[in-house]
Design a protein around this ligand. Structure first.
Ligand SMILES: [Zn+2]
Length: 285
Protein backbone atom coordinates (compact mmCIF):
# COMPACT_ATOMS: atom_id res chain seq x y z
CA UNK A 1 0.00 0.00 0.00
CA UNK A 2 1.26 3.46 -0.89
CA UNK A 3 1.50 6.02 1.83
CA UNK A 4 -1.18 8.64 2.07
CA UNK A 5 -0.26 11.53 -0.14
CA UNK A 6 1.19 14.51 1.65
CA UNK A 7 -0.12 18.03 1.28
CA UNK A 8 1.43 21.48 1.59
CA UNK A 9 0.65 21.62 5.32
CA UNK A 10 3.05 18.70 5.90
CA UNK A 11 5.98 20.91 4.87
CA UNK A 12 7.49 23.99 6.37
CA UNK A 13 8.61 25.67 3.14
CA UNK A 14 7.34 25.91 -0.42
CA UNK A 15 10.60 24.55 -1.80
CA UNK A 16 10.32 21.39 0.32
CA UNK A 17 6.76 20.97 -0.98
CA UNK A 18 7.89 21.45 -4.60
CA UNK A 19 10.69 18.96 -4.15
CA UNK A 20 8.23 16.44 -2.74
CA UNK A 21 5.98 16.83 -5.72
CA UNK A 22 8.84 16.25 -8.12
CA UNK A 23 10.11 13.18 -6.31
CA UNK A 24 6.62 11.80 -5.68
CA UNK A 25 4.60 12.36 -8.84
CA UNK A 26 0.93 11.44 -8.72
CA UNK A 27 1.55 8.15 -10.43
CA UNK A 28 -1.68 6.31 -10.50
CA UNK A 29 -3.70 9.02 -12.14
CA UNK A 30 -0.95 10.01 -14.55
CA UNK A 31 -0.42 6.42 -15.67
CA UNK A 32 -4.01 5.75 -16.63
CA UNK A 33 -4.32 9.05 -18.41
CA UNK A 34 -1.25 8.33 -20.49
CA UNK A 35 -2.16 4.77 -21.42
CA UNK A 36 -5.74 5.65 -22.26
CA UNK A 37 -4.76 8.27 -24.76
CA UNK A 38 -1.96 6.15 -26.08
CA UNK A 39 -3.68 2.75 -26.51
CA UNK A 40 -7.34 2.76 -27.37
CA UNK A 41 -8.47 4.15 -30.65
CA UNK A 42 -12.14 4.73 -31.38
CA UNK A 43 -13.61 2.35 -33.93
CA UNK A 44 -16.51 0.26 -35.11
CA UNK A 45 -16.62 -3.37 -34.04
CA UNK A 46 -18.93 -6.20 -34.90
CA UNK A 47 -19.39 -9.25 -32.72
CA UNK A 48 -18.79 -12.35 -34.80
CA UNK A 49 -20.90 -14.43 -32.44
CA UNK A 50 -24.14 -12.45 -32.25
CA UNK A 51 -23.73 -9.70 -34.85
CA UNK A 52 -23.93 -6.85 -32.37
CA UNK A 53 -22.28 -3.67 -33.63
CA UNK A 54 -20.43 -1.28 -31.34
CA UNK A 55 -19.81 2.11 -32.92
CA UNK A 56 -17.57 4.29 -30.79
CA UNK A 57 -17.46 6.89 -33.55
CA UNK A 58 -21.18 7.54 -33.31
CA UNK A 59 -21.89 10.92 -31.76
CA UNK A 60 -24.38 9.48 -29.29
CA UNK A 61 -22.11 6.60 -28.35
CA UNK A 62 -21.16 7.85 -24.88
CA UNK A 63 -24.71 8.69 -23.95
CA UNK A 64 -26.35 5.52 -25.17
CA UNK A 65 -24.37 2.44 -26.15
CA UNK A 66 -21.15 3.32 -24.34
CA UNK A 67 -22.79 3.02 -20.95
CA UNK A 68 -23.11 -0.76 -21.19
CA UNK A 69 -19.59 -1.47 -22.29
CA UNK A 70 -16.96 -2.84 -19.91
CA UNK A 71 -13.33 -1.94 -20.60
CA UNK A 72 -9.92 -2.89 -19.30
CA UNK A 73 -7.69 -0.18 -17.91
CA UNK A 74 -6.24 0.44 -21.36
CA UNK A 75 -9.71 1.41 -22.49
CA UNK A 76 -10.15 -1.64 -24.68
CA UNK A 77 -13.54 -3.29 -24.81
CA UNK A 78 -13.51 -6.48 -22.73
CA UNK A 79 -16.43 -8.37 -24.19
CA UNK A 80 -19.53 -8.13 -26.33
CA UNK A 81 -22.11 -6.30 -24.25
CA UNK A 82 -24.90 -8.29 -25.87
CA UNK A 83 -23.80 -11.92 -25.80
CA UNK A 84 -20.81 -11.65 -23.49
CA UNK A 85 -18.29 -13.30 -25.82
CA UNK A 86 -14.61 -12.40 -25.40
CA UNK A 87 -13.15 -9.34 -27.16
CA UNK A 88 -11.24 -11.54 -29.58
CA UNK A 89 -14.54 -12.11 -31.36
CA UNK A 90 -15.07 -8.39 -31.89
CA UNK A 91 -14.00 -7.66 -35.45
CA UNK A 92 -13.12 -4.17 -36.50
CA UNK A 93 -15.14 -2.92 -39.49
CA UNK A 94 -15.39 0.39 -41.32
CA UNK A 95 -18.33 2.74 -41.68
CA UNK A 96 -19.33 1.47 -45.15
CA UNK A 97 -19.32 -2.10 -44.01
CA UNK A 98 -21.46 -1.16 -41.02
CA UNK A 99 -24.00 0.62 -43.22
CA UNK A 100 -24.10 -2.28 -45.62
CA UNK A 101 -24.71 -4.76 -42.80
CA UNK A 102 -27.45 -2.60 -41.32
CA UNK A 103 -29.12 -2.18 -44.71
CA UNK A 104 -29.11 -5.93 -45.29
CA UNK A 105 -30.54 -6.51 -41.84
CA UNK A 106 -33.27 -3.98 -42.42
CA UNK A 107 -34.25 -5.60 -45.72
CA UNK A 108 -34.32 -9.01 -44.11
CA UNK A 109 -36.41 -7.66 -41.24
CA UNK A 110 -38.87 -6.12 -43.70
CA UNK A 111 -39.09 -9.35 -45.63
CA UNK A 112 -39.64 -11.34 -42.45
CA UNK A 113 -42.34 -8.95 -41.33
CA UNK A 114 -44.11 -9.17 -44.70
CA UNK A 115 -43.96 -12.95 -44.57
CA UNK A 116 -45.26 -13.02 -40.99
CA UNK A 117 -48.06 -10.70 -41.99
CA UNK A 118 -49.04 -12.98 -44.88
CA UNK A 119 -49.15 -15.97 -42.56
CA UNK A 120 -51.13 -14.02 -39.97
CA UNK A 121 -53.66 -12.92 -42.60
CA UNK A 122 -54.17 -16.52 -43.71
CA UNK A 123 -54.64 -17.68 -40.11
CA UNK A 124 -57.09 -14.86 -39.45
CA UNK A 125 -59.09 -15.63 -42.56
CA UNK A 126 -59.17 -19.31 -41.69
CA UNK A 127 -60.54 -18.71 -38.20
CA UNK A 128 -62.89 -15.86 -38.99
CA UNK A 129 -64.59 -17.63 -41.87
CA UNK A 130 -64.96 -20.67 -39.66
CA UNK A 131 -66.36 -18.61 -36.80
CA UNK A 132 -68.74 -16.83 -39.12
CA UNK A 133 -70.07 -20.14 -40.42
CA UNK A 134 -70.55 -21.44 -36.92
CA UNK A 135 -72.37 -18.35 -35.68
CA UNK A 136 -74.48 -18.04 -38.86
CA UNK A 137 -75.66 -21.62 -38.42
CA UNK A 138 -76.70 -20.84 -34.84
CA UNK A 139 -78.48 -17.73 -36.04
CA UNK A 140 -80.29 -19.77 -38.66
CA UNK A 141 -81.35 -22.34 -36.08
CA UNK A 142 -82.68 -19.58 -33.88
CA UNK A 143 -80.16 -20.23 -31.14
CA UNK A 144 -79.06 -16.64 -30.91
CA UNK A 145 -80.44 -13.22 -31.64
CA UNK A 146 -79.14 -10.92 -34.36
CA UNK A 147 -77.74 -8.56 -31.72
CA UNK A 148 -75.92 -11.29 -29.90
CA UNK A 149 -74.62 -12.64 -33.20
CA UNK A 150 -73.10 -9.26 -34.08
CA UNK A 151 -71.56 -8.76 -30.66
CA UNK A 152 -70.08 -12.23 -30.34
CA UNK A 153 -68.75 -12.11 -33.88
CA UNK A 154 -67.21 -8.66 -33.54
CA UNK A 155 -65.60 -9.31 -30.15
CA UNK A 156 -64.24 -12.67 -31.20
CA UNK A 157 -62.90 -11.57 -34.54
CA UNK A 158 -60.98 -8.85 -32.77
CA UNK A 159 -59.50 -11.44 -30.39
CA UNK A 160 -58.61 -13.68 -33.34
CA UNK A 161 -56.86 -10.80 -35.11
CA UNK A 162 -54.99 -9.87 -31.93
CA UNK A 163 -53.95 -13.43 -31.45
CA UNK A 164 -52.16 -13.64 -34.79
CA UNK A 165 -50.77 -10.13 -35.01
CA UNK A 166 -49.18 -9.65 -31.61
CA UNK A 167 -45.86 -8.30 -32.91
CA UNK A 168 -47.11 -7.09 -36.26
CA UNK A 169 -48.20 -3.75 -37.47
CA UNK A 170 -51.79 -3.98 -38.69
CA UNK A 171 -54.58 -1.52 -39.14
CA UNK A 172 -57.39 -2.72 -36.91
CA UNK A 173 -59.80 -0.13 -38.33
CA UNK A 174 -59.57 -1.68 -41.78
CA UNK A 175 -60.30 -5.05 -40.30
CA UNK A 176 -63.15 -3.64 -38.28
CA UNK A 177 -64.78 -2.41 -41.47
CA UNK A 178 -64.52 -5.86 -43.05
CA UNK A 179 -65.95 -7.48 -39.93
CA UNK A 180 -68.94 -5.16 -40.03
CA UNK A 181 -69.43 -5.90 -43.70
CA UNK A 182 -69.29 -9.63 -43.02
CA UNK A 183 -71.83 -9.51 -40.23
CA UNK A 184 -74.07 -7.34 -42.39
CA UNK A 185 -73.97 -9.92 -45.19
CA UNK A 186 -75.20 -12.54 -42.76
CA UNK A 187 -77.86 -10.44 -41.06
CA UNK A 188 -79.14 -9.13 -44.41
CA UNK A 189 -80.50 -12.61 -44.98
CA UNK A 190 -82.90 -11.92 -42.13
CA UNK A 191 -84.03 -8.77 -43.73
CA UNK A 192 -83.37 -6.80 -40.56
CA UNK A 193 -82.04 -3.31 -40.70
CA UNK A 194 -79.11 -3.47 -38.41
CA UNK A 195 -76.57 -0.93 -37.44
CA UNK A 196 -73.77 -3.08 -36.14
CA UNK A 197 -71.88 -0.12 -34.65
CA UNK A 198 -74.95 0.83 -32.66
CA UNK A 199 -75.53 -2.72 -31.46
CA UNK A 200 -71.95 -2.87 -30.23
CA UNK A 201 -72.30 0.42 -28.41
CA UNK A 202 -75.57 -0.48 -26.81
CA UNK A 203 -74.73 -3.99 -25.87
CA UNK A 204 -74.42 -3.51 -22.15
CA UNK A 205 -74.06 -7.12 -21.15
CA UNK A 206 -70.64 -8.14 -20.06
CA UNK A 207 -69.38 -10.16 -22.96
CA UNK A 208 -67.19 -12.27 -20.69
CA UNK A 209 -70.29 -13.69 -19.08
CA UNK A 210 -71.78 -14.83 -22.35
CA UNK A 211 -71.45 -18.61 -22.34
CA UNK A 212 -71.35 -18.90 -26.12
CA UNK A 213 -68.67 -16.23 -26.33
CA UNK A 214 -66.59 -18.03 -23.72
CA UNK A 215 -66.91 -21.38 -25.48
CA UNK A 216 -65.94 -19.89 -28.84
CA UNK A 217 -63.13 -17.93 -27.22
CA UNK A 218 -61.68 -21.12 -25.77
CA UNK A 219 -61.96 -22.83 -29.13
CA UNK A 220 -60.48 -20.09 -31.31
CA UNK A 221 -58.05 -18.43 -28.93
CA UNK A 222 -57.02 -21.14 -26.53
CA UNK A 223 -57.31 -24.09 -28.92
CA UNK A 224 -59.60 -25.98 -26.59
CA UNK A 225 -61.05 -28.51 -29.05
CA UNK A 226 -64.06 -29.49 -26.98
CA UNK A 227 -65.26 -26.20 -25.54
CA UNK A 228 -67.95 -25.71 -28.18
CA UNK A 229 -69.25 -29.28 -27.81
CA UNK A 230 -69.36 -28.76 -24.03
CA UNK A 231 -71.29 -25.54 -24.46
CA UNK A 232 -73.80 -27.19 -26.79
CA UNK A 233 -74.29 -30.04 -24.36
CA UNK A 234 -74.94 -27.64 -21.48
CA UNK A 235 -77.52 -25.82 -23.61
CA UNK A 236 -79.27 -29.07 -24.48
CA UNK A 237 -79.26 -30.19 -20.87
CA UNK A 238 -81.09 -26.97 -20.01
CA UNK A 239 -83.79 -27.82 -22.53
CA UNK A 240 -83.91 -31.35 -21.21
CA UNK A 241 -84.31 -30.21 -17.62
CA UNK A 242 -87.18 -28.00 -18.65
CA UNK A 243 -89.04 -30.89 -20.17
CA UNK A 244 -92.29 -31.48 -18.34
CA UNK A 245 -92.72 -35.09 -19.18
CA UNK A 246 -90.56 -37.85 -17.77
CA UNK A 247 -91.68 -40.12 -20.55
CA UNK A 248 -88.86 -39.59 -22.97
CA UNK A 249 -86.19 -38.43 -20.59
CA UNK A 250 -84.25 -41.64 -20.62
CA UNK A 251 -84.27 -41.81 -24.38
CA UNK A 252 -83.44 -38.11 -24.65
CA UNK A 253 -80.53 -38.58 -22.32
CA UNK A 254 -79.00 -41.23 -24.55
CA UNK A 255 -79.50 -39.03 -27.56
CA UNK A 256 -77.75 -36.13 -25.82
CA UNK A 257 -74.76 -38.29 -25.05
CA UNK A 258 -74.61 -39.65 -28.59
CA UNK A 259 -74.81 -36.16 -30.11
CA UNK A 260 -72.19 -34.89 -27.71
CA UNK A 261 -69.69 -37.60 -28.64
CA UNK A 262 -70.34 -37.07 -32.32
CA UNK A 263 -69.88 -33.32 -32.01
CA UNK A 264 -66.68 -33.75 -30.03
CA UNK A 265 -65.27 -35.93 -32.77
CA UNK A 266 -66.32 -33.47 -35.45
CA UNK A 267 -64.81 -30.48 -33.66
CA UNK A 268 -61.66 -32.36 -32.83
CA UNK A 269 -61.07 -33.20 -36.49
CA UNK A 270 -61.81 -29.65 -37.49
CA UNK A 271 -59.49 -28.22 -34.87
CA UNK A 272 -56.69 -30.57 -35.84
CA UNK A 273 -56.96 -29.63 -39.50
CA UNK A 274 -56.84 -25.99 -38.47
CA UNK A 275 -53.68 -26.51 -36.42
CA UNK A 276 -52.20 -28.48 -39.29
CA UNK A 277 -52.83 -25.61 -41.72
CA UNK A 278 -51.27 -23.18 -39.26
CA UNK A 279 -48.14 -25.32 -39.02
CA UNK A 280 -47.87 -25.70 -42.79
CA UNK A 281 -48.11 -21.95 -43.29
CA UNK A 282 -45.15 -21.51 -41.00
CA UNK A 283 -42.98 -24.10 -42.75
CA UNK A 284 -43.67 -23.65 -46.44
CA UNK A 285 -42.30 -20.67 -48.40
ZN1 LIG B 1 -22.01 -10.71 -29.25
Amino acid sequence: MAEARKTRSDFETDSEWYTYQITHPERLEDDTKKTQTKKHEKGIFMCEKCGYIIDETDKYFDKVQGKNIKRDNQGDILKCPKCGTDKKNLKKIDKNKKNEILRKRRLKEEKDQARKLDIAKENIKDDIVDLLEDLSARLKRGELSVDRFVVVFMYLSQRIINRYTKDLDIDWLDYRKSMFAMSKTVTDLYDVQIDAEKILEEYDKNINEDKLYLAEYKYYIEDDKYSIADYELSERIKEYENMQSNLFKEERNRELERKYQQRRKELEEKAELRVQRRIERNIVK
